[in-house]
Design a protein around this ligand. Structure first.
Ligand SMILES: [Zn+2]
Length: 413
């Protein structure tokens, strides 16, 4: 969240006597891609539709003419599992933050309760697979910002009990125990309490998410966590030099401990050209923010959707560069070349950021599969990127949790 042609043929290129695989006809690859995409479990680790639930005039069942997510478009795009973000701004802290987070967890659970034939709450990798077998979309939850625990490990445990399965250590501002990537350092990374938070997340099977955190916080979390980390919605800094993105060494170190970077589709993180244009004229951002305020007042869900719409109006007027969805493939491919297909996934930031042309909503997801096949990726690698890698880290966090709890004799405590 912000508040944040293709493709050469699938050739194993073959100078020097190696077999050259003939380029598959376009229609054949398209058919194979559809078959593969809809047989895979596609997992999106970051989605901000929750804010719309709270505005009171949106629900998941009918097709919506705005935003990126609803049940019809998730089905059309073969999206099998979605992490709904629990988010409030960093400046809201203490019991207010806890109250807002509980309201949002309740809102997600109520949406799921209303449409049991279509969508079901999942809290483990196995439950995601079971949801899929039953023909339902799996709904999961991630808390986006450690400020929402109110410095209380009991609150963290309560979120876990309600079904939250990852927590992003910070949002855009520092909290009292961790530094964010878009704030001035205050703790030199994670404080001692911050490290305790990470250890408690390991015990509860809550994945540690390092999107939004400072580079030093990332390294402290990596050293502290027994379970692999995720970057639920971050892209590659080598392509777009934004502090929200990960450097190549960070991606390598994340992968070395089994983690996954889930690529964010936000154009300000995908495209250096877009980022440069935004920075060159800060008045544009201010004008967009003012227009959002005019259209939405304090309605967060509306603000996120309109922010995307108004940004696109600036693009259409030629005031900001046009970014195509294929930039997502560039970031995936960069990370795969760096660390292999086992450590890359999808974290759209739908309904919370500015989407590129061609990736306006969840119905467009199958073209990612087709683009990767056309690049020469194996079907197994594509399935990993679409969702299996995220399911693997979930299983691993569950295993670590079981191990950390196995020695406890609760009766004698
Ligand atoms: Zn975010």
């Amino acid at each position: 969240m912000l508040r944040e042609s293709i493709i050469a043929g699938a050739l194993l290129c073959a100078m020097g006597g190696v077999v050259v695989k003939p380029k598959a006809p376009v229609a054949e690859v398209a058919a194979r891609a559809r078959q593969l995409h809809f047989s895979a479990i596609v997992v999106d680790t970051h989605d901000d539709t929750t804010q719309r639930f709270l505005d009171g005039d949106f629900n998941l069942l009918p097709r919506s003419s705005s935003g990126s997510i609803d049940i019809p478009r998730m089905k059309e795009g073969g999206l099998g599992a979605i992490f709904f973000s629990i988010w409030i701004p960093s400046k809201i802290t203490g019991s207010d933050a806890v109250k807002h987070a509980i309201d949002q967890i309740d809102a997600v659970r109520e949406q799921v309760r209303r449409y049991p034939k279509e969508i079901t709450l999942a809290t483990t990798a196995e439950e995601v697979r079971q949801a899929r077998k039953g023909g339902r979309i799996a709904a999961l939850m991630g808390v986006e910002g450690g400020h929402m625990i109110g410095n209380d490990l009991g609150v963290l445990r309560s979120y876990a009990a309600l079904g939250v399965r990852y927590m992003t250590l910070t949002h855009s501002g520092n909290n009292e125990w961790a530094d964010a990537s878009t704030d001035k350092p205050a703790h030199n990374g994670l404080s001692d309490f911050g490290k305790e938070v990470v250890r408690e997340m390991n015990r509860r099977g809550v994945l540690v998410d390092i999107s939004h955190v400072s580079d030093k916080t990332f390294y402290d979390a990596l050293a502290t966590s027994e379970a692999p980390l995720i970057a639920s919605h971050s892209s590659c800094r080598a392509i777009c030099d934004h502090p929200r993105n990960m450097t190549d060494p960070m991606i390598e170190d994340l992968a070395a401990k089994g983690g996954v970077i889930q690529i964010n589709y936000h154009i300000g993180f995908l495209s250096q050209e877009f980022r440069n244009a935004e920075r060159a004229d800060p008045e544009i951002d201010k004008a967009i923010a003012a227009e959002v305020q005019k259209r939405c007042g304090d309605k967060e869900g509306c603000q996120l959707i309109e922010g995307d719409r108004i940004t696109r109006e600036y693009v259409e007027k030629g005031k900001l560069p046009r970014v195509q969805w294929t930039k997502i493939i560039e970031h995936i491919d960069h990370a795969v070349k760096l660390v292999g297909a086992d450590h890359v996934g999808l974290g759209s930031d739908f309904d919370g950021a500015n989407m590129p042309y061609g990736m306006e909503d969840a119905s467009k997801l199958p073209q990612i599969t087709e683009a990767l096949l056309r690049k020469g990726y194996s079907e197994g690698d594509v399935k990993k990127i679409l969702g299996e890698n995220t399911l693997r880290v979930m299983s691993e966090a569950e295993r670590v949790s079981r191990k950390l709890n196995s020695g406890i004799d609760f009766a004698s405590e």
